[in-house]
Write a protein that binds this ligand. Structure first.
Ligand SMILES: N[C@@H](CCC(=O)N[C@@H](CS)C(=O)NCC(=O)O)C(=O)O
Length: 226
């Protein structure tokens, strides 16, 4: 039995979980979900109803993307994402927390202004850029956020910066953030990113009784025994 990952391809939280599962080589059954029609099996495991959710054969559930990353890398961390050259795990978690709160809040107000009454998408976009300037200053020192190689911080943050960049790609390309643009392009164009973005059909539970198949008559086999 292998763990089950409930995932949604375009969700940045699910992306970062899939990135860590991929590098660590953990094999899971991926169940692609539709957020407006979440499977009962997923909600039974995690009633809060967000993806990603990782359900172990023992019944243990991880339903926070960062916990899934840390679990996978704790099992196997061949690229040393948890121990980068120029930051600690605690330092990376502080940076990730800033992006999960301040950057994400402004990203949502920029990308989905109708969902936030009275919000000003341009002001939110400018506020999010403050966080990107912090990345730019780190990336002036090294190719990635915590050294020359990819780390937990890069992979936990990049899916959100990708979403921000895609709202208005030509505007993003015009920003004076050349190191962030290059860093994002390197990650998004990597083989690993392409692999975790492969589309899966939406998962459906097996029906309890076989559905009748049009045009096929099932003939009971001969009785055996007494
Ligand atoms: N803190 C959670 C957040 C996950 C999250 O909010 N995922 C979004 C999709 S990107 C979701 O499932 N939203 C529920 C919904 O849209 O119904 C994590 O890190 O896993």
């Amino acid at each position: 039995m292998i763990p089950i990952l409930y995932s949604f391809r375009r969700c940045p939280y699910a992306m970062r979980a899939r990135l860590a599962l991929d590098v660590s080589g953990q094999v899971c059954e991926l169940r692609e979900v539709v957020l407006r029609n979440k499977p009962a099996e997923m909600l039974a495991a995690s009633p809060k109803g967000t993806v990603p959710v990782l359900v172990f054969p023992s019944g243990t559930v991880l339903d926070e993307s960062l916990d899934i990353m840390l679990w996978a890398l704790g099992c196997n961390d061949p690229e040393r994402w948890l121990v980068p050259e120029s930051d600690s795990l605690a330092g990376m978690r502080t940076l990730i927390a800033q992006f999960d709160s301040h950057f994400k809040e402004n990203l949502d107000r920029y990308k989905y202004p109708v969902r936030f009454a009275g919000s000003d998408p341009r002001a939110s976009r400018t506020a999010a850029c403050q966080d990107l300037e912090l990345l730019e200053s780190r990336l002036a020192r090294s190719a990635h956020l915590a050294g020359s190689a990819v780390s937990l911080a890069d992979m936990a943050i990049a899916p959100f910066v990708r979403q921000f960049a895609n709202v208005d790609a030509s505007w993003f390309a015009s920003l004076p953030l050349s190191a962030v643009q290059k860093w994002l392009a390197t990650i998004v164009r990597s083989e690993r990113f392409a692999r975790i973005m492969r589309p899966f059909p939406v998962w459906r539970p097996e029906p309890l009784t076989p559905e009748p198949v049009a045009g096929v008559v099932r003939v009971p086999g001969p009785r055996t025994g007494t």
